[in-house]
Design a protein around this ligand. Structure first.
Ligand code: SF4
Ligand code: SF4
Ligand code: SF4
Length: 188
């Protein structure tokens, strides 16, 4: 089987925003129209800064491509689905724009695109094309710090599997039972 997953290494991230800008450019034509749902730019990555504690903590959040995705469970039309590689996608031919999936996602990983009147999220179409050609998604390819990775968890020789084997990592909101496939590496 193939189970595609993301890794974001918080300990290597230099907070430059290259992944965010690259996602915006590749998937939204560098649009400066705001993403109203997140009060953010049009990209599938959110930047969250937590000011609590001894020092500020930065998180870059995107769709977690959950093994048990509530967005898929609640979708009344089957538009939200998990593909054979374990990526969660939207079939816009079936989507009726009801936004149940946006409400169900505990990560707030979907935002509403008023141009197509439907929710969107990671993966953008350009990234899906790249993956089908065996290339890395745009955010992974554009990271100058090597803080991102993407690949098959079921292949022990994939870069992501090797990095996870050597790292300490967390998964976000694990208590929700979603089994997210977005690994946040916190150190070696
Ligand atoms: S993070 Fe949200 S949108 Fe992505 S698969 Fe999980 S529940 Fe669905
Ligand atoms: S907005 Fe579209 S994808 Fe989301 S639950 Fe409704 S039909 Fe499904
Ligand atoms: S995989 Fe593509 S769509 Fe998803 S966050 Fe990265 S650049 Fe954006």
């Amino acid at each position: 089987m193939t189970r595609l997953a993301f890794l974001w290494d918080q300990s290597r991230c230099i907070s430059c925003g290259a992944c965010i800008a690259a996602c915006n450019a590749a998937n939204y034509d560098s649009s400066t129209t705001p993403n109203v749902s997140w009060r953010w730019i049009r990209t599938n990555i959110r930047r969250i800064e937590l000011a609590e504690g001894q020092r500020p903590m930065l998180y870059l959040i995107q769709c977690q491509h959950c093994e048990n995705p509530p967005c898929v469970t609640v979708c009344p039309t089957g538009a939200s689905y998990k593909d054979s590689n374990g990526l969660v996608k939207i079939n816009y031919d079936l989507c009726i724009g009801c936004r149940y999936c946006m409400v169900a996602c505990p990560y707030d990983a979907r935002w509403f695109n008023e141009y197509i009147w439907a929710p969107v999220k990671c993966m953008g179409e350009e990234c899906q094309r790249r993956i089908s050609r065996g290339e890395a998604p745009v955010c992974v390819a554009s990271c100058p710090a090597g803080a991102r990775d993407f690949g098959d968890l079921d292949d022990p020789n994939s870069s992501i599997s090797r990095r996870l084997a050597e790292s300490r990592y967390i998964k976000l909101l694990e208590n929700m039972g979603t089994n997210p496939k977005y690994y946040v590496v916190v150190g070696p």
